[in-house]
Design a protein around this ligand. Structure first.
Ligand SMILES: NC(=O)c1ccc[n+]([C@@H]2O[C@H](COP(=O)([O-])OP(=O)(O)OC[C@H]3O[C@@H](n4cnc5c(N)ncnc54)[C@H](O)[C@@H]3O)[C@@H](O)[C@H]2O)c1
Length: 421
């Protein structure tokens, strides 16, 4: 008998919720990580993940979970799940170095009879064309015969109070039918609904479709926000009206740009794959172009608002409210607040920010002063720019006391001093 039911490689936003659910279901779980700081923090009961409290972690540690940098534990695990990052490189191409590194580590320690699952978001074909050869060559074992291999995309939505790992259906595709059955059995131990698909490519593509769908629809309403302003149409109201249709419409809202990992990064994995066929994936490229333009459009709107009140951006005090990429979490990855702040600073704005989740915020290495007190910040600023609507913000303070306000989230009532995107 193996010492562990599950070894998770990569203890980040995806790996840790998986570790939590599996431990809660009674599985013996070990986490393998390359960052010694993370290993030390986890074993000391300090969580660095929004959706995992220190109390959750304490519970997990009591249930037997540990984090380690010792790869030999993989040889003693029945199932190994890889949850490492899949970023883009400097040229905006998929960077699979972490996936290759992690599969190499697995290969060195792989035992016959194990199940290996890749969860990292990636282009269709990665499990079969990248992971499988590394695993087979490094171990001398054959996928589908000596060990099972599957892909199952992670759909975690950090900060979502309703849907977590347990109650979000989990798509699973195996290298062979037996691989699929094994992976379905594994996830069924702690996930309510597992959705098998015929192969690893279909599972990989399902994830990219979901993210591309969001990306494209957000771009649609962002482009509409720009021309609706010129047409004098309140798009926010039109969206709410359209959303009353009980079928055939899903609501997406405009904003200052897209952040996080899934929306700005993942569709590039798909367009990269399509480009290899010799033609572009035009929907994705157009959506990217539109969404990437939003921060500079927001800055132009700040400039216009100040200008209408006979003020230049240069020397004006601009309060940025909410600098994370999503509401009510501390995650700053790819946040559009960054390009907005950079551009405002270049125009000479005097920046200050308020965000209950971010204590220290730097733009290109230069610290932005933080204002703890929302009311004080709003009163002192020449213009308040609401970038992220954290529930902790008292909207009435912004509405009533802001000298000038640009609301990029459509949550404030428009008026003499308050404009919406
Ligand atoms: N964060 C999300 O909301 C989310 C949602 C769905 C899917 N995903 C996908 O899941 C994957 C992981 O994302 P994440 O947000 O958890 O990333 P993350 O950066 O939070 O965590 C990944 C961890 O893997 C570790 N790591 C890197 N290389 C390693 C290696 N060779 N061996 C062991 N550990 C290694 C890193 O140190 C890091 O702690 C990505 O492909 C991402 O696209 C993320």
């Amino acid at each position: 008998m193996t010492a562990y039911d599950l070894a998770i490689i990569g203890l980040g936003y995806v790996g840790m919720p998986l570790a939590k659910e599996a431990t809660a279901a009674g599985l013996r779980v070990i986490g393998f990580e390359v960052d010694p700081g993370k290993i030390a923090a986890l074993n000391a009961g300090r969580s660095y993940i929004d959706d995992l409290t220190d109390a959750d972690l304490e519970h997990m540690l009591a249930g037997g979970f540990t984090a380690t940098g010792d790869e030999s534990v993989l040889a003693d695990s029945r199932t190994i799940v890889i949850c490492v990052p899949t970023p883009l490189d400097e040229d905006h191409r998929p960077d699979l170095s972490a996936v290759e590194g992690a599969t190499g580590t697995v290969a060195r320690n792989l035992r016959a009879g194990s199940l290996v699952v890749l969860e990292s978001t990636t282009w269709p074909g990665t499990t079969d064309e990248v992971a499988r050869p590394i695993l087979e060559e490094g171990s001398g074992l054959t996928a589908g015969t000596d060990f099972h291999l599957a892909f199952s995309p992670e759909r975690i939505d950090p900060g979502n109070p309703k849907y977590g790992l347990r109650n979000t259906p989990k798509v699973v595709g195996g290298y062979t039918s037996a691989c699929k059955d094994r992976a379905v059995g594994f996830y069924s131990q702690f996930i309510e609904q597992v959705v098998p698909v015929s192969g690893t490519r279909e599972a990989e593509m399902a994830k990219l479709l979901e993210n591309t769908y969001r990306h494209v629809n957000i771009a649609l309403v962002n482009e509409m926000a720009i021309f609706c302003d010129e047409l004098g149409v309140d798009l926010w109201e039109s969206i709410e009206a359209a959303a009353t249709k009980p079928f055939g419409f899903q609501k997406f809202l405009p904003g200052p740009g897209v952040g996080g990992h899934c929306i700005p990064v993942d569709p590039s994995y798909l367009s990269y794959t399509v480009r290899k066929l010799g033609y572009p994936f035009r929907f994705v490229e157009l959506a990217q172009e539109i969404n990437e333009r939003m921060p500079s459009y927001v800055v132009a709107r700040v400039q216009r608002l100040l200008n209408r009140h006979r003020k230049p951006v240069n020397g004006s005090k601009v309060l940025l409210l909410g600098v994370t990429y999503k509401p009510d979490i501390a995650d700053e990855r790819e946040t559009p607040a960054l390009p907005v702040a950079r551009a405002l600073r270049e125009l000479g704005a005097d920046l200050v920010f308020t965000d209950p989740y971010v204590k220290d915020w730097r733009v290109d290495g230069v610290q932005v002063p933080r204002e703890e007190d929302l009311a004080k910040g709003v009163v002192e600023a020449d213009v308040t720019l609401l970038l992220q609507q954290h529930a902790a913000f008292d909207l009435s303070i912004i509405e009533d006391q802001g000298k000038l306000v640009l609301d990029t989230r459509g949550v404030l009532a428009e008026g003499e001093r308050v404009e919406r995107l």
